[in-house]
Design a protein around this ligand. Structure first.
Ligand code: GRG
Length: 276
């Protein structure tokens, strides 16, 4: 039976693995590599965790190739945060409790750090595909979900939203900006494990609803929401909590038929109970 203690042990073990992979990846002897190392340091490593634990659910094991794929995911995530923090976008001075990359290294290096991290993710994926053909499909799916059809598309409709928006608009942004990167984490684990299309569909559904729950919870934890995209601007707090429970139930339902689903099931409740 899964409990918080066991879950956190697994969560922290996965995080340690990815932290080590990230740390040893760069040689910070020049400003770009230093900024890339800085940008990829810290973070909860949720996307890496999602990949590794979905892979374990289907195949029981994870190896060095899986760590590399998980690292590529975190590179894409980190690039999106570095660019999102830029003055042209969210204009955030802080990220993960530290000065954001452009604040520390300048806007020019901030742009290039994001670019270089996306490149690096693609390099990792091609390297993996050289020795295992299933990584071609997995990598292609991952890049699609981060593309104009997914995360970047979501960022565009977020940036270009008008002063007023409705629930459908908000959910469309969240599905693309957040859920699509969760799909980019979970589905490749199914692909490299050789699962069938029906199973892929269930995993997509799981990731979509988990991403929505993550984002709704993020909104509920926010203390300023005026002028922001926040669910509290389209419904009451109580209604948002009901919706959060509904998407959590949908996420649980999507994986209920899988064996070894305890870690992913526990994650659903864990993310909704977080206070940061
Ligand atoms: C700039 C191409 C481009 C895309 C930006 C993902 C994104 C799109 C912007 C980041 C800003 C944001 C609020 C995204 C929503 C997802 C989210 C809450 C990200 C933060 O993820 P965590 O909490 O971060 O997993 P850590 O620091 O733990 O890695």
């Amino acid at each position: 039976m899964m409990n918080k203690e066991k879950f956190l042990k697994i969560f922290n073990e996965d995080k340690d693995i990815i932290d080590k992979e990230a740390k040893s990846y760069f040689s910070p002897d020049n400003i770009l590599e230093e900024a890339m190392a800085y940008a990829t340091d810290g973070g909860k490593r949720i996307r890496a965790f999602l990949y590794l634990e979905t892979k374990k659910m289907f195949s029981q094991i994870t190896d060095e190739d899986d760590y590399k794929l998980a690292l590529a995911l975190e590179f894409i995530h980190a690039y999106s945060l570095v660019h999102d923090d830029l003055p042209a976008m969210d204009n955030d001075d802080f990220r993960r409790g530290q000065p954001s990359v452009h604040k520390k290294y300048g806007e020019d290096i901030g742009i290039l750090t994001g670019d270089a991290l996306l490149n690096e993710a693609a390099i990792i994926l091609f390297d993996l595909a050289k020795s295992n053909a299933s990584f071609i499909k997995a990598g292609s799916y991952m890049l699609q979900r981060a593309s104009r059809f997914g995360m970047i598309g979501g960022q565009v409709i977020d940036l270009r939203r008008g002063a007023s928006y409705d629930l459908d608009y908000l959910l469309d942004v969240y599905k693309k900006k957040t859920s699509d990167l969760f799909k980019a984490a979970c589905v490749p684990a199914g692909i490299v494990s050789g699962v069938d299309e029906e199973t892929i569909g269930k995993i997509e559904n799981f990731a979509e609803n988990l991403g929505l729950a993550f984002q709704i919870q993020d909104d509920l934890l926010e203390d300023t929401y005026e002028d922001e995209l926040n669910i509290i601007n389209v419904m009451s707090k109580d209604e948002a909590i009901v919706l959060l429970e509904k998407v959590n139930d949908r996420a649980k339902d999507s994986i209920k038929d899988f064996q070894n689903n305890e870690v992913l099931s526990f994650l659903i409740d864990y993310l909704s109970s977080r206070s940061y």
